[in-house]
Design a binder for this molecule. Structure first.
Ligand code: HXC
Length: 268
């Protein structure tokens, strides 16, 4: 679908996306790139990154792929160094890397719980922590008065409670809290805006095909206020808005992009 935004609203902004090789992370990379940004994507699988970078290059979007795991602090440091070495600075960090599987609490080992928190919550904090020196106003290659911006990809699972998602719900609750704390403290001290996006049911993603077997999907479709699944594009447009000057006064919010799905209540 055609973007409603001008194609240069992110001109020459440098964006690093974790989990940017596939799914929602890739779509955000693609749309930031289509609006003028220079793209670095980080992920664990080289072949996935290679193919994502090739697709971006075909569209004329400057892009590099950097292999790394957000659970390793060294990988975070190296990825950020490589991004800034290649493109000269960093303006946008998108934390989209996530882990997920369906499991009942009684079948989930503490290590399984910890693994998802390590990826989603600690990984998000680690990337933000290591990116600060580049994103802050006056950081390497940046304007002395203007900082960058961070987007943390969250979910709506934890607004109520979601079956078989105790680990991810806890992890995303922590992500939302990180978003608010950094928005307060880093907005004040470093002129960095920090926001989140909480996708609802988005078709054609690894997360959705893992989490929504057909019968759940049928049932969900009957209940969705807008009666349709979201698209990765919807999430990416929210990211374009929040990272561009259109969102320059938005700080500390997590924008729900779910068609109203989490509000669902029966009519009677
Ligand atoms: C129960 C499981 C499990 C499963 C792993 N574990 N898979 N427990 N059911 N299906 C447990 C293991 O037994 C182990 O605990 C611990 O988790 C670590 O497992 P590893 O396989 O060693 O971990 P690792 O290889 O690092 O893999 C991480 C992963 C994996 C999270 C398990 O699935 C992953 O990395 N996925 C990333 C891709 C992904 O899922 N993306 C979609 C995100 S969608 P023990 O005790 O045995 O040592 C998303 C959307 C959310 O996040 C919102 C939806 C609406």
């Amino acid at each position: 679908m055609e973007s409603p935004f001008k194609p240069d609203i992110l001109r020459d902004k440098v964006a690093l996306l974790t989990g940017g090789g596939s799914g929602i992370g890739y779509e955000i990379a693609l749309q930031l790139g289509k609006h003028g940004a220079l793209i670095a994507i980080m992920g664990r699988r080289k072949h996935v990154l290679d193919s994502a970078v090739a697709s971006l290059h075909i569209l004329g979007i400057p892009a590099i792929g950097l292999v790394g795991d957000v659970r390793r602090r060294d990988d975070a440091v190296k990825t950020l160094e490589s991004t800034v070495r290649h493109f000269g600075r960093l303006d946008i960090l998108v934390n989209a890397a996530a882990g997920n599987f369906l499991v009942a609490p009684e079948d989930l080992s503490p290590n399984g719980f910890r693994t998802v928190l390590d990826i989603d919550s600690v990984g998000t904090f680690t990337m933000c922590h290591e990116a600060l020196k580049y994103l802050k106003k006056g950081g390497q290659g940046k304007d002395p008065a203007t900082g960058g911006t961070i987007i943390n990809i969250s979910a709506t699972l934890h607004y109520t409670a979601t079956w078989y998602q105790i680990h991810v719900s806890a992890a995303k609750a922590a992500v939302d809290s990180i978003t608010r704390s950094l928005a307060l403290e880093w907005g004040t001290d470093y002129d960095i805006r920090v926001n989140g996006i909480a996708p609802g049911p988005i078709g054609d993603t690894a997360g959705f095909s893992k989490l929504a077997p057909d019968e759940i999907l049928r049932e969900a479709k009957e209940k969705m206020p807008l009666d349709r699944l979201g698209e990765k594009w919807d999430i990416a447009m929210a990211a374009v808005y929040l990272t561009s000057d259109a969102g320059k006064y938005v700080n500390g919010t997590t924008l729900v992009v779910d068609g109203g799905d989490w509000l669902h209540k029966p009519r009677h």
